[in-house]
Ligand binder design. Sequence first.
Ligand code: SF4
Length: 327
Amino acid sequence: MFRYFSLNASLRQTYGERVQKIPLDAGFDCPNRDGAISREGCIFCNPSGSGSGMLKEGKDLLSQWTHWTEFQKRRYGARLFIGYLQSYSNTYGPIEKIAHTLSRLENLPGLAALSIGTRPDCLDDAKLRLLAAQKEKLNLNEIYLELGLQTAHDETLTHINRGHSVTDFKDMACRAADLGLNVVAHVIAGLPTPSGREGLAELLETVDFLNALPVRGIKFHNLYVCKGTRLAKLWKEGGYTPITLEEYCLWLGEALMHLSPAVVVHRLNGDPAPDELLAPEWAGAKRDVHNAIRTHLEKNHIWQGKKHEAVDGPPVHFAPDHKEHRA
Ligand code: SF4
């Protein structure tokens, strides 16, 4: 039984086959790192973990594409790919730089869609129009705009030194959706607050906030402590306690039940890079975390949107072979 509307299902329905995401490092920076807003970064940000570093190793976008697509072809037999501008904030800086980066994606073999990770304060109308125009220019099915929100609580955003507000996110998500961009929100469970830590109530408020916006996708993350971050210092001093796996499963299950069944779930949990994780230990065991989440959903008869819809089971469109949305 498919208990949530996964990205995999959404892609299968659209393309009729497996589509793999390809991470790309285009050499962008972040205003919360380079001094424009601060040099501290978000409290959880690992500066070396936020980028793949492939560009610095001398691999341009075409080399990165070839490297990862060849691997995915061998491993999964994939033929179609989503180019994912992932490292740091990929709309930060002059529009000419962004346009130049996008022009280098023309003619990448197998490119079916584009995903652009950024912050709401690194966008304006001209940049949004440039991104939206790539759908026709690169002959793509979809342009995903991955926008960091993390939480719908300004007090927490200030505490974690996020450098933008909830209103900034709302404003940019609406303007992006108006131009046809597929907005995907990033959310983190268990963020530190001035009085301790966000809990289930704050996570559900964040989901409710997103349900009311033209947001078509969501990435859930559990907060983990990485080396070299200010969160690591707080954790070592006893000022932050990460959530347990049991708490995360419980919270995620509740969040899914509150989430609109139309929203595509791009991620269920965070995935630390090798060697960067300090705590909690469980966050590094990706397969075990997925199994624990699936078991929790099954055992408790949880499905996405359960608290919205008066139906007795998951909607049929959660199944990858559901054909209604296929292009
Ligand atoms: S926005 Fe991203 S790259 Fe910038 S400081 Fe925060 S986590 Fe790091």
